[in-house]
Design a protein around this ligand. Structure first.
Ligand code: NAD
Length: 452
């Protein structure tokens, strides 16, 4: 099938490469000429496991090409996906201006029947509105389908290729049939494709993200209570998760959720609720708990080292908002950096993939260094902070950390280590929702005695 994608970012690029890999001929349009240049040369501007290889494979097979020309995309695709950003406006509601301008462009330039698929996350009612808008701008037949995307950054290809569900919001039987045909290679189970109304499709997306964000904020709040009552959240989490009605997934306490989706989608849903006269108490609490949580690790440092951190240096491991991505949008680490810098601390940061993006975000701050090795980053620091649960942090060389740090203190925003391990390692260990581990003696014992 001939497919076009408008917006070659995290969602658009993954959609384009996966659809091309299934044999479709895909043209991806992006307004960013540099991005299009890089992509056309086979360089993925984002890090996502497996994406670089799939991009090259499908460029070589000539099933995928990139352009800045919307008209070329409109002319090519029978199905045109819209995958541009829907960032928050000043009041938190989703800014649909880019989606709307593309809808206008498609309607004005189409010269045959098209199926326009809104994959960007948009509030309930948008698909219907955009369809009405197109009616005034074109005489050609068209259908507007709502098809929200559920991929997770860090596992985006896997999620796209083996989705839990594919939501197709439409009441147009021909458009539905085309979408089913397009998605057939990815719909491994008979119930994977769900055809619903456009409004329901839009609500499925927001409700799913809001629910996942709620689980995170919920367990973070429980972790806070555990921390104040000398209870280990891990024991509570395990006990709760064993209940099949609850389940253990997505119940990990930490430094809060970030990224380009949960924070903005929760806020956008709050605005939809307010606009329709509903009371979004739960959603607002989810958001405010997360704001608190993103600052928590920095406040734990201030409580331990004092409000004035002048002359102190901290190492930070993990800048991306989650592992296996280079995305730092709304990353908790950025808030931690900001608070510690305001208190006068110097920072030595390491991340396996997000150093470039973080450096671009904080270009002029000489007090924040970006270091390409985790062990070099801890060199001379007063403590180590962990903000992202990259696999390579899970079993570090504690001897190297010990010899590099000035004080053997770790603030772990992702609960990567057990208290038992930290006790054995004689490390002062602050984590989320678990009692602080204070080394039993001031002197550090020979590590051989404590080796596993
Ligand atoms: P992104 O910022 O990574 O990508 C958007 C792309 O659109 C950019 O490459 C940008 O240059 C391009 N663009 C902007 N204006 C354009 C225009 N007028 N014409 C052509 N291209 C244009 O965004 P993203 O993270 O891929 O998210 C896109 C949408 O998908 C959002 O609504 C988001 O909420 C939703 N979503 C994102 C994820 C995720 O994990 N990132 C998951 C599910 C859904």
């Amino acid at each position: 099938m001939k497919v076009s994608i408008v917006g070659a970012g995290y969602v658009g690029l993954v959609t384009a490469t996966c659809l091309a890999d299934a044999g479709n001929h895909v043209v991806a349009v992006d307004i960013d000429a540099e991005k299009v240049r890089l992509l056309s040369q086979g360089c993925s501007p984002i890090y996502e496991p497996g994406l670089q290889e799939l991009l090259n494979k499908n460029l070589d097979a000539q099933r995928l090409r990139f352009t800045t020309d919307l008209a070329e995309g409109v002319g090519h695709g029978l199905v045109i996906f819209i995958t541009v950003g829907t960032p928050p406006s000043h009041d938190g509601s989703a800014d649909l201006s880019v989606v709307e301008s593309i809808i206008r462009g498609v309607a004005q330039q189409m010269n045959s029947a098209k199926v326009v698929v809104i994959k960007s996350t948009v509030p309930v009612g948008t698909g219907v509105q955009m369809s009405d808008l197109m009616a005034n701008l074109t005489a050609h037949p068209y259908a507007v389908v709502s098809n929200p995307e559920f991929l997770k950054e860090g596992a985006a290809l896997e999620d796209f290729l083996k989705p839990d569900r594919i939501i197709i919001g439409s009441d147009d039987s021909e458009a539905i049939a085309l979408m089913e045909e397009l998605y057939a290679p990815f719909a491994k189970t008979s119930y994977a494709i769900q055809v619903v109304s456009r409004n329901a499709a839009e609500m499925v997306k927001y409700s799913s993200n809001a629910y996942l964000a709620t689980r995170i904020s919920f367990i973070n709040e429980i972790a806070d209570i555990c921390a104040k009552t000398d209870v280990d959240i891990d024991e509570v989490r395990a006990g709760m998760g064993a209940d099949k009605r609850i389940g253990a997934h997505f119940l990990y306490p930490g430094v809060g959720y970030g990224g380009s989706c949960f924070p903005k989608d929760v806020q956008a849903l709050v605005q939809v609720a307010k606009r329709t006269g509903c009371n979004p108490d739960i959603l607002q609490s989810v958001n405010s708990r997360n704001e608190y949580q993103k600052q928590l690790l920095a406040h734990m440092v201030l409580a331990r080292f004092g409000e004035d951190l002048t002359g102190k240096t901290f190492a930070i491991w993990g800048l991306a908002f989650k592992p296996n991505t280079d995305d730092i949008r709304e990353a908790p680490a950025l808030q931690v950096i900001s608070i510690l810098r305001q208190a006068g601390a110097e920072l030595r940061c390491y991340d396996p993939k997000a150093l470039g993006n973080a450096q671009a975000e904080l270009p002029d701050d000489a007090g924040v260094q970006f270091i390409a090795s985790p062990y070099e980053a801890v060199e001379g620091a007063d403590a180590l902070l962990i903000c992202t649960e990259w696999n390579e942090f899970r079993t570090p060389d504690f001897d190297r950390i010990r010899s590099a740090l000035k004080q053997m203190v770790i603030f772990d925003g992702r609960n990567l280590y057990t208290s038992k391990t930290m006790r054995r390692q004689r490390i002062e260990y602050h984590s989320i929702g678990r009692p602080v581990v204070i080394p039993t003696t001031g002197s550090i014992p020979p590590t051989a005695m404590y080796a596993d």
